[in-house]
Design a protein around this ligand. Structure first.
Ligand code: PHE
Length: 470
């Protein structure tokens, strides 16, 4: 069967940007930036995106386009030994498992969208509502809708599913983000938030912060999950990979910065004296407990309908971003089953879908509803002598996102440069870009991927393993 392709370079760029732009850009980035030096963090993040992540991105795209296979096939074909095949497997299992935990968060977002549309801001802003919501039966209704939508898009295939969804959702997402930024900037005290975001504080950039920034940039660009290998395998030979890669990286960065200009001014207009410590612990608490309070407060200015509208608009924006990321991550195992086992798309989707539903339900039940999933492992005692436990959800996050992602990235760099080899990699990039051969960029990409990028990724890997597991 002939492999499907994106209809043009733009089709790929939108689909890949759809994958890259997600909860990470819209929520995790502003939270991290606000706590870690504002514009100083943004500058470092941008440097990481272009000087470390972009070469990895180009490597993945070229590997996919060259082999015309998903990661399992690509590693098997070029690697020619069981060890590389095992890395190929890891590049299929990782997106599958990250997909499970990302699916659960997407379901929460969809639930908050539904509740905002139904005008339940008061509930969303009340203490304890998030815990109540994620343990409600209602959640499974939202889960069914999100899974249904995701599979509907994937069933359409590359051009009529993934690309078409991205062509509709991504422009909408950019417009919605712009509209919200403009609106928020008109609120009282919004400028305090802009200042807070844009005044750099370089003292905050410790090694730990930089480590976190790079890990975030990596995740946010959907690297080391096999996604860009898979999407790369649908790129036409005549398309310019470098230009496309730069655009995806640039769009993702733009959305992250735009979201900083949305979230922080909103926080400051809600409470001009906000203390850093109040700026929420994590992105999850920011989006699900802090922001609903802001929406509720808006009610005093623009009424119940107005506030519900703004909240719905915001959650719809985040939902679009999450949905296109979810689609991309599930496409990896789907394409692997199609390539490796010759399955039809529908059969691949149905078998993966069922496994995914089981795991997602376990994840959803691991927030207190079912004890063994909630307390899957225990690792010592806290200051009060209570056992510290990790749930199924925490474990999936720790193992696959925190640990295997940098490891996969490290192996990918070695694979492309030392196994597939530079000249083959360069030849693939040069198709569609005559000026690459002999350019400074070529030298930089080859050198960095063969030297300091894998070293940095190995350091992140060792750091995480030592903090999480020991
Ligand atoms: N890029 C996504 C984000 O920023 C992360 C992601 C990508 C998650 C692909 C799942 C799949 O949220």
């Amino acid at each position: 069967m002939k492999r499907e392709q994106f209809s043009s370079s733009l089709g790929f760029v939108l689909a890949a940007a759809g994958s890259a732009v997600g909860i990470g850009n819209l929520v995790a980035f502003p939270v991290m930036a606000s706590k870690n030096g504002g514009a100083a963090f943004l500058i470092m993040y941008a440097i990481f995106v272009f000087f470390i992540c972009l070469p990895v991105m180009l490597a993945e795209m070229s590997l996919g386009r060259h082999t015309r296979q998903s990661p399992l096939g690509a590693y098997t074909e070029i690697g020619q030994n069981p060890a590389w095949r095992a890395v190929g497997w890891m590049s299929v299992i990782t997106p599958f498992m990250i997909g499970v935990f990302y699916l659960v968060i997407t379901v929460w977002i969809f639930g908050y969208l539904a509740k905002s549309v139904m005008g339940q801001l008061e509930f969303l802003a009340s203490p304890g509502s998030f815990g109540e919501f994620i343990n409600s039966n209602e959640l499974f209704v939202y889960m069914a809708v999100v899974i249904g939508l995701t599979f509907l898009i994937l069933q359409g295939g590359v051009k009529r599913g993934i690309e078409k969804a991205a062509r509709v959702l991504m422009p909408l997402l950019f417009l919605m983000l712009m509209a919200l930024v403009i609106y928020v900037l008109t609120l009282d005290n919004a400028m305090l938030g802009v200042e807070f975001f844009l005044i750099p504080d370089f003292d905050k950039l410790t090694g730990k912060v930089l480590n976190g920034a790079l890990a975030q940039a990596f995740f946010s660009l959907s690297l080391a999950m096999g996604i860009l290998i898979t999407y790369g395998s649908y790129i036409q030979k005549s398309n310019n990979i470098i230009q496309a890669g730069k655009m995806v990286a640039g769009l993702s960065l733009l959305v992250a910065a735009g979201s900083g200009l949305l979230i922080l001014p909103a926080v400051f207009s809600f409470n001009p004296d906000v203390q850093l410590s109040e700026l929420s612990e994590s992105s999850i608490s920011m989006i699900f407990t802090f922001l609903p309070k802001i929406f509720l407060a808006l009610q005093a200015n623009i009424g119940y309908l107005g506030a519900s509208f703004v909240a719905s608009f915001f959650f719809l924006l985040v939902f679009f971003a999450a949905l296109t990321s979810l689609v991309s991550i599930i496409e990896v195992p789907v394409a692997s089953l199609m390539d490796g086992k010759g399955m039809r798309r529908r059969t691949a989707l149905l078998s993966l879908g069922s496994a995914m539903i089981v795991l997602a339900v376990i994840c959803a039940l691991s927030f207190g509803r079912v004890e063994i999933f909630t307390e899957l492992t225990s690792y010592g005692l806290d200051a009060e002598g209570q056992p510290l436990v990790k749930s199924f959800f925490d474990l999936v996050y720790d193992i696959f996102y925190e640990t295997i992602l940098p490891l996969n990235g490290f192996l990918l760099c070695l694979f492309v440069i030392y196994r597939w080899r530079k000249h083959n990699f360069d030849a693939e990039i040069s198709q569609g870009n005559d000026s690459f051969a002999g350019s400074f960029l070529q030298k930089y990409v080859n050198f960095s991927l063969g030297t300091f990028i894998p070293v940095i990724l190995a350091v992140i890997f060792v750091n995480t393993v030592s903090t999480i597991f020991f």
